[in-house]
Design a protein around this ligand. Structure first.
Ligand SMILES: Nc1ncnc2c1ncn2[C@@H]1O[C@H](COP(=O)(O)OP(=O)(O)OP(=O)(O)O)[C@@H](O)[C@H]1O
Ligand SMILES: [Mg+2]
Length: 417
């Protein structure tokens, strides 16, 4: 297959339970772009925990396996990847910038300057800037301008949402990917990437909450006015459900994982009382367990996780009334039957499961599950950059890093959507 190297993108999601690699070709043009998925590789891994590499060699192994599988399926070797950042290494804050307007009216360059001022704050020790998203502009002290270009005034202020990640964690991640043989072109925070894969432009505009139920962490992100406005990562996730099943049913970790994915449910009332499942216990051989008990254990824990997610939204100062599109659930946990019903109970809002589908061609079926929201989102992020002329292609295997560090001005332009 021949695909222009500049039109190729590759994405790598380092999750707590698995590493996923996606290789795709950018389709369309800047007005209507998309992604043809050419190759997907997934490898189970215990090397990463909540976005932090805990076991270097294990991570290198899983990255190598996932990337090589994706390359083999695509029939193409790539050099550079878009990589996600999530979990406890992320930090956020709202930063304020002021600039005087040089001409008779506000120009894009004035906004670039004020965003630059707001993004040039010190992030504290060991933090690296990933995104600077202008949330609101004030002109001569008057707030509420999404795009004040063309207005007249003397002074423009910007409120910029700054997302940073721990430099040492990012360095470690880069090192593992380099050791495996690839380069990191750009690091994108997970919910921002996932939003491209599963939220409609309308949901991003009117307001929605994205909840990713992963294996090691649950991420909560608020979108409104077309922008990411808040994000948080909770330590409770799929791993806790597994532990609860291990203790509650006296079974091994592996059996708990199997039971959860095969027979589990997030909403106990959905499961008929009569259903019984055979499980292999740690001491007493095989025993029969009511499926409702499995569902009950999962229901309790998931309800707790979702309540924490809801509290996070409230703590950020948002009510669900201001986010009329409700909640979109992604991550492996979103595959549990009844998750929509449970989430609806907790948030008292409309709920749907986020499955990557829009703008995709090629091996779409392979990624049509909520657990692929982040890796597909990363690939779409890359596709969008390339389509708009600002990104980097995935390059050939032997080519040096084509990724480059973006200056802040370009950065805010890119984060703006
Ligand atoms: N059908 C299912 N029902 C319940 N849980 C499920 C189901 N399928 C997968 N899971 C759980 O989803 C979790 C994995 O989700 P995902 O792949 O999104 O996590 P990850 O990206 O590896 O981790 P993280 O994002 O936390 O770093 C595991 O705990 C797994 O048991
Ligand atoms: Mg994940």
């Amino acid at each position: 297959m021949t695909v222009a190297v500049q039109r190729l993108v590759a994405a790598l999601d380092l999750g707590s339970t698995k590493v996923t690699a996606i290789i795709g070709e950018v389709t369309g043009d800047s007005r209507s772009w998309g992604l043809r998925i050419l190759g997907v590789g997934t490898e189970r891994s215990t090397g990463v925990r909540r976005g932090v590499i805990r076991d270097f060699e294990e991570s290198v192994r899983a990255i190598t396996k996932a990337m090589t599988d994706a390359e083999r399926i695509a029939g193409i070797e790539v050099g550079t990847v878009y990589c996600g950042a999530g979990g406890e290494q992320l930090a956020q804050r709202i930063s304020h910038g002021v600039a005087s307007i040089t001409g008779s009216e506000i120009r894009t360059s004035d906004l670039a300057r004020v965003n630059d001022v707001a993004s040039s704050v010190s992030f504290g020790h060991d933090q690296e800037l990933l995104h600077a998203i202008p949330l609101d502009y004030l002109v001569d002290g008057q707030a509420g301008y999404a795009d004040p270009v063309g207005m007249s005034g003397e002074r423009v202020e910007a409120q910029v949402y700054i997302l940073t990640a721990r430099s040492s964690t990012l360095a470690h991640q880069r090192k593992a990917i380099e050791k495996a043989g690839w380069h990191v072109g750009e690091v994108v925070v997970e919910p921002l990437a996932a939003s491209l894969a599963v939220l409609s432009p309308e949901e991003r505009e009117m307001g929605a909450v994205l909840v990713d139920l992963g294996g090691g962490s649950t991420s909560v992100a608020i979108f409104q006015g077309g922008k990411l406005r808040y994000s948080a990562s909770l330590r409770f996730a799929g791993g806790h459900l597994t532990s609860d099943l291990v203790h509650g049913l006296q079974i091994t970790q592996a059996e708990a994982e199997r039971i959860k994915e095969r027979w589990g449910a997030a909403y106990a009332p959905m499961i008929p009382e009569v259903e019984v499942v055979e499980v292999a216990t740690t001491g007493q051989g095989v025993k029969s367990v009511p499926r409702q008990l499995i569902a009950h254990i999962m229901h309790m824990r998931l309800q707790e996780v979702l309540e924490l997610a809801y509290d996070e939204v409230a703590r950020a100062g948002w009510s669900m009334a201001a986010l009329p599109c409700g909640v979109v659930v992604t991550g492996g946990g979103a595959a549990a039957p009844g998750i929509v019903e449970l989430t609806r109970d907790v948030f008292a809002a409309p709920v749907r499961i986020g499955v990557p589908a829009d703008q995709l061609r090629g091996l779409v079926d392979r990624v049509a599950a909520p657990e692929y929201a982040v890796p597909v989102g990363l690939a779409l992020w890359g596709a969008r950059q390339v389509a708009l002329g600002g990104g980097f292609g995935a390059g050939g295997k032997a080519s040096p890093a084509v990724g480059r560090v973006l200056e802040p001005v370009r950065r805010w332009l890119q984060d703006f959507f």
